[in-house]
Structures are given as structure tokens and as C-alpha cells.
Design a protein around this ligand. Structure first.
Ligand code: AMP
Ligand code: TRP
Length: 331
């Protein structure tokens, strides 16, 4: 690995099947592999902040690895590993928690949303989630964190923690920055287009999943919520149509201006059909590669084992430095 390359780190939870929203963000990751030194983690420890069925979590973790490779992450050029395989994440998380004010945690959007959604289980992990995420990022001296816009606040918290720690102990951590692609549109729910499309949405019609068959994708788009105006243009008071336009943009590379021109004078029916077809075409090669990879468990497990060993070697060095700085006796 060359020292001069920028270090990039990102994580994704192995919960539920990947959505078109995740794809809109993750499809930018492979392009970074040439210019940067990339590390991608499947964050199973973050996933248990919400109750999971153990067998499903295990299966989905492997599936997520297959899906990321199918999306273009090349294990020969990037490190791909499972978070719980590298103990330093949990270890650093404890230390960083002692450098994070309580109020910073309670004001996080994701904490507010998730605690409203699971009022019966507002556990400590849900609150301290961003500290573990900061540990993920800071353990690798990360320069940039490619994420969707919904994670900006968490990356900023990691940045604050790094600066606070450095302020006390000198330059220990690289201060990370979010890397939010302008074209990584925040994909919204097809049924409630002011909410983000989420893997855990109970309404299946709201979510396009990476492994949905073409007829299912078409049906979901046909049912997508729009408005009564009947013109295809982007506007804040037209969240449904704007969302469909941004999805079409993700899949075809077209701008809002080009899309408006293309569908001028046409109705929502024609437009929805075109959006669905663009999604089906974009997902097809990824789906085929995913199925091929998932059939080869030995290969996948080999990749993950190798990734964990490489990640661990980097993480151990940084953790040892932190332990020394904070005054843990080393014998
Ligand atoms: P998660 O599903 O929360 O593990 O998110 C994995 C990655 O996908 C993160 O970088 C998120 O920012 C991104 N992401 C999740 N949902 C969406 C969405 N609806 N639109 C765009 N990006 C998303
Ligand atoms: N919190 C992120 C999400 O829900 C996932 C994540 C965990 C992550 N650790 C990370 C993203 C580190 C970037 C860097 O999407």
C-alpha cells in the first residue's frame, strides 16, 4: 500500500436486503479503488442495536459480502471484512466514548428516528452507535468516508471526537471528512417520498430491493406515490415525482434537466415504466454476479478471512498507540 494514497473507509450493515438507496451510494465505492486505499466493512456489531434473528444475521452477512463484490468491490484492491472479526473496533469504541458528550449522542437524527421506531427497546447501543462508527473510521486513520447524505452527521461526530482527542494527546488521529457524491441521491420511499428508502421498511411496496425480479420492480414503480399535477418536473412540493426522477438519474446518468425534456408532455404511466426499466437494466448484471458468488461460499469466506487479517494489522497499531497515549500500562 502506498503511503501517499488517501485512505477511504466505509461500513454497511448486514440487515435486510440491500435497497436501491444503498445501491445509489455503494455504486460509487468501486471507482475509488484506483485512486485511494479503500477499506470496506460489513458492520454486524452495529446491526444488533436492533434485535436480529441470529441465523438471518449470519446469512445476511455473507450475502452482503457477495453483494458488495457484485457491485464492483475488488478484494484484491480493497480490504473487505466483517467488523466483529477485528476486536479493535469494540476496544477503541470504549476509549472514544469517554471523549464524546452525552448531548452529542442524543441529538443524532438516526438515534431519534430509531428510538421513535422501537420505543420498546431504546438500548444503550442505539445511543452509542455513532461512537462505534467513529472507532471504525478512526482506527484506520481514514481521510474520507463515502456515505449517503443520511450519515453526514455521524461522520461529523467522528470528526469532533478525533479533534477532541487530538487536542488532549497531540496528533493521534487523522481527522476524517465525509465524501458525499453529488450523484449519490438520497433515494426516498416509493410510498412516502419524504422518508428515505430503508431496508427495514415494513411496507414492501415502498422499497426496491437489489434482488427483486423485474416484474416485482415494475409493479412497485407502477404503484409509486406521485401527485395529481401530471407533469414530470423536480420540485420540493412534488417529492414523489422528484424521487422517481432522481432514481432514473442514478440508473441512466441523466440530469433533471435532461429528464424533464425527455418526458415533456408525457404522463406518469409512461414515465414510471421508463424508470422501472432503467432500474431493471442497472440491477441485472449485479444480480447475476451476486448469484454466482453466493454459490461459492469457500471463496467468499476466504476473502473475508484475508480481509480481517489485513484490517486487524492496521487496527492493532493504531489501538496500541491510543492505549499508550491515554495511560494504559503496557507490560
Ligand atoms: P445502511 O443501510 O444504513 O447500512 O446504509 C448503507 C449505506 O447506504 C450508507 O452509506 C447510507 O448512507 C446509504 N443509504 C442508505 N439508505 C439510503 C438511501 N435511501 N438513499 C441513499 N443512500 C442510502
Ligand atoms: N452507520 C452507517 C449506516 O447506517 C454504517 C456504518 C457503520 C459506517 N460504521 C461506519 C459508515 C463507518 C461509514 C463509516 O449506514
Amino acid at each position: 500500500m502506498e503511503e501517499t494514497k488517501k485512505r477511504v473507509f466505509s461500513g454497511i450493515q448486514p440487515t435486510g436486503v440491500f435497497t436501491l438507496g444503498n445501491y445509489s451510494t455503494v455504486r460509487h465505492w468501486p471507482k475509488l479503488q484506483d485512486e485511494c486505499d479503500c477499506i470496506y466493512s460489513i458492520v454486524d456489531q452495529h446491526a444488533i442495536t436492533v434485535r436480529q434473528t441470529p441465523a438471518d444475521l449470519r446469512r445476511q452477512t455473507r450475502e452482503m459480502a457477495a453483494l458488495l463484490i457484485a457491485c464492483g468491490i475488488d478484494p484484491a484492491r480493497s480490504i473487505l471484512f466483517i467488523q466483529s472479526h477485528v476486536p479493535a473496533h469494540a476496544q477503541l469504541s470504549w476509549v472514544l466514548g469517554c471523549f464524546c458528550p452525552f448531548g452529542d449522542l442524543t441529538r443524532m437524527h438516526q438515534f431519534k428516528e430509531k428510538s421513535a421506531k422501537h420505543p420498546e427497546d431504546i438500548n444503550g447501543g442505539l445511543l452509542t452507535y455513532p461512537i462505534l462508527m467513529a472507532a471504525d473510521i478512526l482506527l484506520y486513520q481514514t481521510d474520507e468516508v463515502p456515505v449517503g447524505d443520511d450519515q453526514r452527521q455521524h461522520v461529523e461526530l467522528a470528526r469532533d471526537i478525533a479533534q477532541r482527542f487530538n487536542g488532549v494527546y497531540g496528533d493521534v488521529f487523522t481527522v476524517p471528512a465525509p465524501r458525499i457524491s453529488k450523484t449519490a441521491a438520497r433515494v426516498m420511499s416509493l410510498q412516502e417520498p419524504t422518508k428515505k428508502m430503508s431496508k427495514s421498511d415494513a411496507n414492501e411496496n415502498a422499497v426496491v430491493r437489489m434482488l427483486d425480479e423485474p416484474d416485482v420492480i415494475l409493479r412497485k414503480f407502477k404503484r409509486a406515490v406521485t401527485d395529481s399535477e401530471g407533469t414530470i418536473r423536480a420540485a420540493t412540493d412534488k417529492p414523489g415525482v422528484t424521487n422517481l426522477m432522481s432514481i432514473y438519474g442514478v440508473c441512466t446518468g441523466k440530469t433533471f434537466g435532461q429528464i424533464e425534456a425527455e418526458f415533456a408532455g408525457q404522463g406518469y404511466g409512461v414515465f414510471k415504466q421508463a424508470v422501472a426499466e432503467s432500474v431493471i437494466d442497472a440491477l441485472r448484471p449485479v444480480q447475476e454476479e451476486y448469484k454466482r458468488l453466493l454459490a461459492d461460499k469457500a471463496y467468499l469466506d476466504g476473502v473475508l478471512k484475508d480481509g480481517a487479517a489485513r484490517a486487524d494489522a492496521i487496527a492493532q497499531r493504531v489501538l496500541a498507540r491510543v492505549y499508550k497515549k491515554v495511560g494504559f500500562l503496557q507490560i
